[in-house]
Design a protein around this ligand. Sequence first.
Ligand SMILES: *Cc1c(COP(=O)(O)O)cnc(C)c1O
Length: 385
Amino acid sequence: MTTTNKKLSLALHEPRIAGNEWQYVKQCLDTAWVSSVGAFVDRFEAELARRSGTKHAVAVVNGTSALDLSLRVLGVAAGDEVLVPSLTFIATVNAVAYQGATPVFVDAEESTFGMDPGVLEAFFGRETEMRGGACVRKASGRRIAACVPVHALGYPVRIEPLLDSCRRRSVPVLEDAAEALGSTYRGRPLGSFGRLGALSFNGNKILTTGGGGAIVTDDAELAKRARHLSTQAKSDGDAFWHDAVGFNHRLTNVAAAIGCAQLEQLDGFMKRKREVAELYRKLLAGSPLRLAWEPEGARSNCWLNTLIAPTPEDGARVLAALRARGVGARPLWAPAHRQPMYAQSPRAGGLEVTDRLWRCCVSLPSSVSLTDEDVSAVVEIALGG
Ligand SMILES: *Cc1c(COP(=O)(O)O)cnc(C)c1O
């Protein structure tokens, strides 16, 4: 084996630009259709909807905007509360704060890294009641206006029991599927289970437009309203009348052109990423380091391979060893309830699993461009070889 101490240079996740990106961008530049109206925007939206198994897709400037606009069209407003995981990228929680609403944190479960349906149902039963058709948290007297489960790292949350709990309290569900384009649960694409789903095409996601995002939904009215808000809520053709405080959050045609080319390669990306994930799994089998894996019934896009170390100390040691050798390993997101803005936010129970996963997990390089030798070298360092 290669037990040299050669410095590696492996990014956590880098994009692959290897298809029709140049050609499609050139078409935009040659025709001067570079801005937020254009054939590539329409085509990207149509293909995203098809891929997500939804009737509509609305392309926007980033995943954060997709979450923000989705909460807005669901009617989340100042003084409301919204159920979110604490173990997520901060954008999920910030989107709630943008509405003037308060996040209420729900613990994760280790098998999915996502919101724990048992914790959610117990919270609803213990701490909420229905008042005039709305689910109200008894301690605050405020309405729970939405629930935003996150499909972390490409793995689906246990979406069915979550949907069931929320449906019985008339709480709409927005799926944060920013990391999960291409993943399915029982054959159905993630993002298509809730009223709305939010996608991201940031540079580190499985598919990139440089920066970009989309809302997917079957609901024509919600899609129309989101598109309207993303284009300054213009109420007529050209006379500058607006019927709401809108945003300039449409995706540009140039970014959508890159997105169309990337979508053509998505199946190939997923194939290689699965091979990488399976190799990690094989090489780690029998060691104390466990690789997070797709739960029963799920097909993950294998976006970001993540180790669960037996203790926080082991996790820290593995992370330091990898980084010292030039491997772009990362800890999981510091949980939202540990951030200064959200330290005082209410909680739907304890957050012990969130804290433990945060401290014990290490995300490993997962780019499509990794070779089998790269994967072996990473595992060898992680295991202290
Ligand atoms: C990336 C990400 C977002 C935000 O998407 P951007 O395009 O970076 O704004 C939201 N939620 C999760 C879980 C993400 O990973």
